[in-house]
Design a protein around this ligand. Sequence first.
Ligand code: FES
Ligand code: FE2
Length: 411
Amino acid sequence: MSGGRTSTTRSTGRNDWSSWPTYQASILGLPGKYWYPVMWSNQLARKPVAVTLLGRPIVFFRDKGVPYALHDRCPHRGVPLSYGRQQFPGTISCPYHGWTFDLESGVLRAVITDGPDSPLCGKVAVESYPVAERLGMIWAFVGDGEGSPPPIDEVIPRELRENSFSMGGRIDVRTGGWRFAAENGYDEGHAKYLHRNSLWRFFKLMPTWSRTRVVPGGDGWITRVQDEVHWEATFPGLGKWSGQRWWKRGAKARMLGASPSKAPKVDPVIRDLNVPGNQSIRLPGLLRIVHSRFIHYEWYVPSTEDEYIYVQVFVQFKKGFAAVIARLRYLFFVRWLFHGQFTGQDRWMVDVIDAPPERLYRPDVSITRWRALCEQAPKTGQALIDGRAHLSLATPLESENREGGGDGSDY
Ligand code: FES
Ligand code: FE2
């Protein structure tokens, strides 16, 4: 990017998304298949639940405790199977003429209104999707291309597989493209300005501006590393600006005075993660914010062209009675301030972003690194979550980052 161009200039190659053709085409999700979290386990009980995932209508149904997912369109006349009911174990029947599909395979097992010898049985099928339950959520393996699913545990963040924790979260369908949501989550510049007066950050000083790099991390993450943080700045001809408020001064003193060894208590699990920075993202759209005492995750699950399923999960690595306290802290505090008002500010922005065209600025290195990561998404088959996809990201970073900046303390 060269400086000094106006927002209407199209010759920089950064005003549209042509530098990221795969990403540009991924309105309904990245190519390849991935496990996506869809809903809370307890939302799937006796009734079928219809969900649009990556533009596909899908019906989820639980039978004898096991969740299943089928394409939600009866091949007979196109009625949603989610309007139907179960007539035989292991199946679901369309409400219109009683075509009855196997929950596991999607194959037509019976046609109630055509008699037991219906010649169509076994010859017609709807697509079935692999389903799993983890973290108290229903997950489905959805996307383009061939490929069987990797074990679901491989896509659960390692720290959640290896430790006990207390967890709370919210799942909502929000308006806006999933890519805008992911970009907003990893966006370096916005939190310190958009969220500066949020209730969640009421007592915490937010930086004015920062400089950041993005580095490849393990387990498929790319991580923002903070090189400089500026708590106030003087803008030529305009004056001084700071997000500082008198009630936040103590926070500023603590922050400026704290050396790493004197840093506030860090949860041992989080310390052992040894992350290079506290904000990371990985395919196919999972953000991780590592704080000293908690980790916040956000999944951006493509639904329709302008809706996404926004999954927020807040984890505290506590056991026993401490886990109960952590749970209460989530229910009475975090859920409303962080997963409510704070990310409600993000909802507001994601809904109104209108790009491209766009004119990126230095902190947007976070966005361009994320897009570059998506360009490397496997085009077919299963998700690659082992870090190899990111090795080639290290080299072009510095030149691209010349205008870049950031911080890691916005949450
Ligand atoms: Fe489904 Fe006729 S439309 S059985
Ligand atoms: Fe935000």
